[in-house]
Design a protein around this ligand. Sequence first.
Ligand SMILES: Cc1cc2nc3c(=O)[nH]c(=O)nc-3n(C[C@H](O)[C@H](O)[C@H](O)COP(=O)(O)OP(=O)(O)OC[C@H]3O[C@@H](n4cnc5c(N)ncnc54)[C@H](O)[C@@H]3O)c2cc1C
Length: 336
Amino acid sequence: MNIEEYKNVWVFIETEHGKVKNVGLELLNQGKILAKANNEKVIGVVIGRDMNDVVKSVISYGADEVILVEGEEYKDYSTDGYTNVMNKLVKKYKPSVILIGATINGRDLGPRLACRLQTGLTADCTGLDIDEASRAIAWTRPAFGGNLMATILCSDTRPQIGTVRPGVFKKIHPDESKSANVIKEEIHTPADEIRTKLIDFIKIAGEEGVKLEEAEIIVSGGRGLGKAENFSILKELADVLGAAVGSSRAAVDAGWISPLQQVGQTGKTVGPKIYIACGISGAVQHLAGMSSSDIIIAINKDPDAPIFNIADYAIVGDLFEVIPALTQQIREYQNS
Ligand SMILES: Cc1cc2nc3c(=O)[nH]c(=O)nc-3n(C[C@H](O)[C@H](O)[C@H](O)COP(=O)(O)OP(=O)(O)OC[C@H]3O[C@@H](n4cnc5c(N)ncnc54)[C@H](O)[C@@H]3O)c2cc1C
């Protein structure tokens, strides 16, 4: 393999029910920084059906170019269909780097593709840089339960593939006036080559409302809430703010809320505009998932709680008094 032949940074644009997911847009921005450093382009790869709006937003969020593959068989994600498309595209265009969001589907696609192409994959990265000496991507990811940060290079094969945690990087402010070249490729996958059949989507109970990964504001609760029923006061605050509800692991372990809502090292990494931590002490494993939030507001009755070390606004008080009062004030403000 002549690695010199491989150029440009690709971002796999994941969609769900025809809508673009945030993680692809976040990766476009970081991908652009990496591409620029090597005088290359960042290219969004869109696979699906009726992807016009998705292509528009991929361009407005910074892609220099888009590769588009549409087909009825790609309406929903499938390992076989999407791997087939990516594999063929890679062979034709020879990208140097492929960034994939470390979502459930992204973590499924990445390894499948890396095996097919016989190249290296670093999973669940939280840091992306360029190694000065080799100009290869330096993929950084937590290992051994977060006790060690490993930086990994893929030196001898291309493309270099990595899945990257949603919420780690920020998307840019979209520029609707931007235009970019869209390359349409006709690649079809025969029905009998797609071995999984999607029968139905079933919503998981507790997953209604705003999703953590997509939320601009997150209201998060911990052991300080005391019991499951008390999450209702958080939900009220979240509703007035249009926010998602998150939680610490202690609240998940206690069975008060779905594991899908857990923020932290073994949960989700989030980077919203505002993160409101209610009754959360601020253990390092929790901070690992939310410390890149733009503004952190903490409500805790213990003035020495470590969460206050990273909070931009600190409210020392009983959350059962503070949260309803806050909800009430915001409601009044919105109605005035
Ligand atoms: C390998 C590993 C991975 C982990 N992964 C994660 C992870 O992904 N996410 C995560 O969150 N944790 C994780 N943990 C657990 C983590 O170490 C903490 O145990 C957990 O974050 C604590 O949750 P908490 O802050 O809700 O509870 P606590 O630490 O018990 O804190 C409760 C807080 O509520 C406050 N409080 C109590 N009552 C009130 C009240 N009425 N009003 C206001 N404040 C009140 C208390 O002062 C206290 O600060 C992990 C641990 C390990 C070992």
